[in-house]
Design a protein around this ligand. Structure first.
Ligand SMILES: [Zn+2]
Length: 340
């Protein structure tokens, strides 16, 4: 019979060795995690849910987090789509389309965006399912390679909404739900979801996805058709450029909100002689009183903002999407008068 030469390890020494081993592993893991390049950290940031604090101040990524390179370039087209919204953001090599005008704007948007040499929309946002925001989305989906589609969890019974769902499904795409505080990168820019309601609201405008974008030192806020109830729910940072909520209606842009965001430039997407009397004269005055320069698509046609992250400039086209002077502005859509 052989005697084992191994002496049993004393339980206390064993415990110490295990603790020491785990400690070394943790130190190595911490060291490795610090070695990831920024690109990987940026990817991890995608859709990271940033909790809001007790005062509902949303943490937005600002100049400290977004560093633009020497050849960085941002272009934002506020398309003249009449009484509707459609905004194309081109940040370096990535694109985001926020809303796609009315149904009849779809083919015009496809032509215009294609003519810019764009084949892919990395982020397609339908702020809320009203026709004047998602009307052309089916054409966009059918014509471009699409990355992520953001829409609030809100439905409506219109054939326009049905067409968008069918286009999404026919292409094997899906809708990504977003939550307040989610962030995503676009080129050198960082976007933060500032407001969205994913539960049924008394009306669809209140479901609007609101996006803040920081690009270098410049900040932008795209309101969709968000209204005062949405504004009242949060504390808002000041921004350089505001896409004014709900076509300049007085349902939106409360005094408190405008005094918080204090935009240097305010852009209103609105059709001439629309039946809603948008924009409200009170809202125009409120913006002017706080020092904003106001641009309107019914007066200026498509508006192009260009930035290197340090400064920005604005050009106006005085034409509709088809290249004809103010064609879109002469068309007042009276068929879809509900909830625009
Ligand atoms: Zn609208």
């Amino acid at each position: 019979m052989r005697h084992s030469k191994k002496r049993p390890i004393h339980p206390q020494i064993k415990g110490f060795l295990i603790t020491l081993f785990l400690g070394i592993i943790l130190i190595i893991a911490a060291f490795i995690s610090n070695q990831f390049p920024d690109e990987v950290n940026n990817l991890i940031e995608e859709n990271l849910n940033i909790p809001t604090n007790s005062s509902n101040m949303i943490t937005v990524n600002t100049v400290n987090n977004t560093v633009v390179s020497a050849d960085s370039k941002l272009q934002i087209y506020f398309f003249d789509v009449g009484q509707a919204d459609s905004i194309l953001v081109i940040a370096d090599s990535q694109t985001m389309l926020i809303d796609a005008g009315n149904n009849e704007d779809g083919p015009l948007l496809v032509n215009y965006i294609s003519s810019l040499g764009i084949q892919r929309i990395d982020y397609l946002v339908g702020t809320h399912p009203h026709e004047d925001h998602i009307g052309g989305m089916d054409d966009i989906i059918n014509s471009f390679e699409i990355g992520k589609i953001y829409m609030p969890d809100a439905t409506t019974s219109t054939s326009t909404f049905q067409s968008v769902l069918e286009a999404i499904s026919a292409k094997g795409l899906s809708i990504t739900r977003c939550e307040v505080g989610n962030t995503f990168g676009i080129g050198d820019g960082i976007c933060t979801i500032m407001a969205v309601e994913n539960e049924e609201q008394s009306e669809l405008n209140l479901n609007s996805i609101v996006i803040h974008m920081a690009y270098g030192e410049k900040t932008f806020l795209f309101m969709g058709d968000a209204e005062k109830a949405n504004e009242d729910k949060y504390v808002w940072p000041d921004v350089d450029v505001l896409k004014v909520g709900h076509h300049g209606s007085d349902t939106s842009s409360s005094e408190k909100f405008i005094n918080s965001v204090k935009p240097e430039t305010a852009i209103i997407s609105v059709g001439a002689n629309n039946t809603y009397s948008h924009p409200s004269a009170d809202i125009i005055k409120r913006l002017s009183d706080c020092g904003s320069t106001v641009y309107r698509t019914d007066e200026s046609g498509t508006i192009l903002l260009t930035s290197d992250g340090k400064t920005y400039s604005i050009q106006t086209f005085m034409t509709a999407l088809d290249g004809n002077p103010s064609t879109a502005n002469k068309v007042v859509n009276t068929e879809n008068v509900v909830g625009q």
